[in-house]
Design a protein around this ligand. Structure first.
Ligand code: CMC
Length: 429
């Protein structure tokens, strides 16, 4: 809280509202009493100017391209930490000591298996079901299996549910993949790293040993860290909104998964690679740039633009370097990477993209890496969901523990009919 206040000169009178100050970032006008005092609402579709909560987890400065988790820059975390360290940091607020990390890793590894009955759920889906459709269902279904961690008033149960979600997501995502191939599900192997275990459950088969490739393991570690949290984005806000009614955490994360699926959000990595493949040749780039600029064409350059980043996406920088590294080390030459680099070059020098501050986002290069590793495109968003589960549970825990938390209930500007009388069907003209 500051001594500052903001005066609003409204049609219903003049009002002063407190101005709140965070540790860093823009100050906010506290308008919680606006309606009670002035009889007016604010109008902000897409929440472009509205802070929906107080949070100490992630900070983004979109102008400067800064992304901090609990104060630590994303590039340092992507370079030096394990995914378990980042998960601990987001969930508990501090980087763990070695002992805390060992205990946390042990705890997560004890929750990696899923109830055998849950496997039956998969059999209800068509083999060609999109993995996100499967995940919406099976993650929601976890609520029906783990009743001992759905009492959200108990902090211990909340933490157990959080551990379960972080631990079981890789197992469920890998099961969705295996199911689509018609291969047997692989049980987790807890001696492996979080990422190594996931790779084995995805690409291994019970008939032979699976050796984790350290280059791929490292690339996946980075991809997971880069996607772990991103403050109040659409899916995280969905998790918070669902959780604000007191819904159980498994149901809330299923809601987040549904939101993430859309092409403007987590679905962009799949859409970006499909777009690059469709372009296919650097010669066709101008045609697609022209389409992106054409107001009458709904086409957008997927993997470009961001609501918050208006200079560059710091995650995209790490992702681009990782794409170069992985393709080189795996000795893969992918013409799609050339298309991506040339498209980036042309767009960054084009007046339209400069003026609108459109830059490649995290999803522009991630698809190329995931494709090189061997994931089909429809698995990309599921991998995003796996990593973002850590951020979702951290944000959900923070919200439930926040004494200011209320059920989320936006208001509206009503533009429909005013009251009118019902007309029986035989009298309607
Ligand atoms: N290609 C062409 N034009 C674009 C693009 C794009 N990718 N993104 C924005 N614009 C234009 C848009 O047409 C609008 O122009 P005008 O002012 O003339 O109407 C202007 O830029 C502002 O766009 P907006 O849609 O109002 O901006 P937003 O903040 O609501 O949308 C966005 C942000 C990410 C949804 C959007 O940039 C987009 O659709 N990008 C492509 C999808 C994508 O890559 N999404 C992944 C985001 S990062 C990962 C994640 O968070 O999930």
């Amino acid at each position: 809280m500051t001594d500052k206040s903001a005066s609003m000169n409204l049609p219903t009178g003049n009002f002063d509202f407190p101005v709140l100050e965070g540790t860093v970032g823009p100050e906010v006008v506290d308008i919680r009493k606006l309606y009670a005092r002035s009889g007016m609402f604010t109008y902000d579709p897409g929440f472009t100017s509205t802070a929906s909560c107080e949070s100490a987890i992630t900070y983004i400065d979109g102008e400067k391209g800064v992304l901090l988790h609990r104060g630590y820059p994303i590039d340092q975390l992507a370079e030096h930490s394990t995914f378990m360290e980042v998960a601990y940091l987001l969930l508990r607020g501090e980087l763990p000591t070695q002992q805390e990390l060992d205990e946390f890793t042990y705890t997560i590894s004890r929750h990696t298996m899923v109830h055998e009955q849950l496997a039956v759920f998969f059999r209800g889906f068509r083999r060609d079901a999109h993995p996100m459709a499967v995940l919406c269902g099976v993650v929601g279904a976890l609520s029906a299996f783990y009743h001992d961690s759905t009492d959200i008033t108990d902090p211990e149960q909340r933490m157990i549910a959080s551990h379960r979600l972080i631990a079981k997501m890789p197992t469920l995502v890998a099961m969705a993949f295996k199911y689509s191939l018609g291969q047997p599900f692989m049980y987790p192997l807890n001696e492996l790293s979080f990422t190594g275990n996931f790779l084995r459950m995805t690409f291994g088969v019970p008939a032979e040993p699976y050796e984790v490739n350290p280059i791929i393991e490292n690339a996946m570690r980075r991809i997971f860290i880069l996607h772990a949290d991103h403050e109040q984005n659409a899916s995280t806000s969905t998790v918070r909104l669902a959780g604000s009614s007191g819904a159980n955490p498994f149901a809330c994360i299923a809601a987040g998964i549904a939101c993430l699926w859309g092409p403007a959000h987590g679905g962009a990595n799949e859409a970006a690679l499909n777009m690059l493949r469709e372009i296919g040749d650097v010669k066709r780039i101008p045609e697609y740039i022209a389409r992106a600029k054409d107001k009458n064409d709904p086409f957008r350059l997927m993997g470009f633009g961001h609501r918050v980043y208006k200079n560059f996406d710091p995650r995209a920088k790490v992702m681009k370097a990782t794409a170069d590294e992985v393709l080189k080390e795996l000795n893969i030459s992918d013409p799609v990477l050339d298309v991506a680099k040339e498209l980036e070059h042309i767009a960054l020098n084009d007046e339209y993209f400069i003026e609108k501050k459109l830059y490649p986002n995290v999803d522009f290069y991630s698809g190329i890496i995931l494709n090189a590793i061997g994931f089909p495109t429809d698995m990309f968003t599921a991998l995003f969901a796996l990593a973002r589960t850590v951020g979702w549970v951290a944000q959900w825990n923070e919200m439930i523990a926040d004494p200011e938390q209320k059920i989320g209930r936006p208001r509206q500007l009503y533009v429909g009919h005013t009251r009118r009388e019902y007309v029986p069907v035989n009298q309607r003209g």
